[in-house]
Design a protein around this ligand. Structure first.
Ligand code: M6R
Length: 369
């Protein structure tokens, strides 16, 4: 049932191109609008929204962080992301014009469900992004967009994450279109880019041998740090989370710009630092800033593992290990840059002799608060 793979996790990583394609399938109407599954919200409801809150836990929360960048950029309304476990205790300001997006693979995570209930009590509109048909969170929400990732068995979330990203991109584009911020052809252009990601991802998955070798090399590291900027920041957090939960190693993700405000003191001779570099196209300034952060950590002895776009030859000089990924527009880049980090964590865990699919102390779905 593992389809020839040693672990469900590796099978699910390999399924990601198909999972993305399936999540996109049939989601665009003839008029170029995004089709939601079960919608008890009208276009007018969505036009009336003046604020978005995303609530989620763990990996789904990282998808929400990426979504914030996309939604604010495309829709031009404020979007906050919150850990579901913190949301209701903070007494957030919610009303009819607030859209709460709950992201959950299982649809049963208690913290996220409680956040949904709190949002509904406050009359907010709730839209679920979920991978499990008929689960509790979509049942209690006003609308649902299902990620068609298929069952995810491994405790560590992989294909659910990428499909959650795709779902949030679709929602962002839909909101932008019905609110008149983007034209149908602009939306269709981004959807076209999304449609090309499965092929790019297949290409990337075929070039992961070096990452496997690197994993064997890193298995005795005492800590691994991850840095990124913009959408690369949640990718850094996701890379660190995967390593913690699978390899039981100390790992931390940082916004690259925060390094000099404290964390750079952690860098010692040989400390592995995984650096997620933005595309040189588009927002070149951001890419240059990350490159100077890489130089800073390297000057202090770090061993740099650099994830950068194919053809970005200049970064080679600062990379002890270079992991090239195919080009994607900036906001969509996490669909590529996350994947080597999933493989890295999986292979390090396997090299350390851990149960990759069932890490200690963890459950696939956390149904207690
Ligand atoms: O089912 P959910 O998406 O609500 O689960 C949320 C988290 O528990 C989950 O993403 C967890 O962080 C994963 N094990 C991470 O790989």
């Amino acid at each position: 049932e593992k389809g020839g793979y040693d672990y469900f996790m590796l099978k699910e990583i390999a399924e990601q191109p198909q999972a993305i394609a399936d999540t996109l399938l049939g989601r665009l109407s003839d008029r170029g609008e995004i089709v939601l599954d079960e919608v008890r919200l009208t276009d007018q409801d969505l036009r009336d929204i003046d604020k978005v809150f995303i609530v989620a836990c763990g990996t789904a929360y990282h998808a929400g962080m990426v979504a914030k960048y996309a939604i604010e950029h495309w829709v031009r309304i404020p979007c906050e992301v919150e850990l579901a476990s913190e949301f209701r205790y903070r007494d957030p300001i919610l009303d009819r014009s607030t859209l709460v997006i709950a992201i959950s693979q299982s649809g049963e995570t208690m913290d996220t469900l409680m956040a949904v209930r709190h949002a509904k009590e406050q009359k907010a509109r709730v839209l679920a992004i979920c991978n499990t048909n008929g689960s509790t969170i979509p049942r209690e929400s006003d609308a649902v967009l299902y990620t068609h990732g298929g069952p995810e068995i491994a405790v560590a979330s992989t294909k659910a994450f990428l499909t959650q990203l795709v779902a949030t991109y679709l929602i962002g584009l839909h909101l932008a279109q019905i609110r008149g911020v983007m034209y149908a052809d602009e939306v269709a252009a981004v959807v076209e880019k999304l449609r090309s990601t499965p092929d790019a991802l297949r290409e990337l998955l075929n070039s992961m041998e070096d990452v496997r070798a690197l994993a064997r090399d890193l298995k005795t590291a005492s800590t691994v740090l991850f840095i990124g900027r913009h959408v690369g920041f949640p990718v850094a957090l996701e890379g660190a989370l995967k390593l913690k939960e699978l390899a039981y190693m100390h790992a931390e993700g940082f916004a690259a710009g925060e390094l000099k405000h404290g964390p750079i003191a952690l860098i010692d001779e040989g400390t592995p630092v995984v650096c997620v570099v933005p595309s040189p196209a588009g927002r070149g300034v951001m890419r240059d800033k990350v490159v100077s952060n890489i130089q800073e950590v390297r000057a202090r002895g770090a061993r740099t593992i650099v994830i950068a776009e194919e053809g970005d030859e200049d970064v080679r000089a600062y990379a002890d290990h270079l992991i090239p990924v195919p080009h994607t527009p900036t906001l969509l880049a996490p669909l590529m840059t996350t994947v080597p980090l999933q493989i890295l964590a999986c292979e390090i865990a396997a090299a350390r002799g851990h149960d990759v699919d069932q890490p200690r102390n963890l459950a696939k779905s956390v149904t207690v608060e």
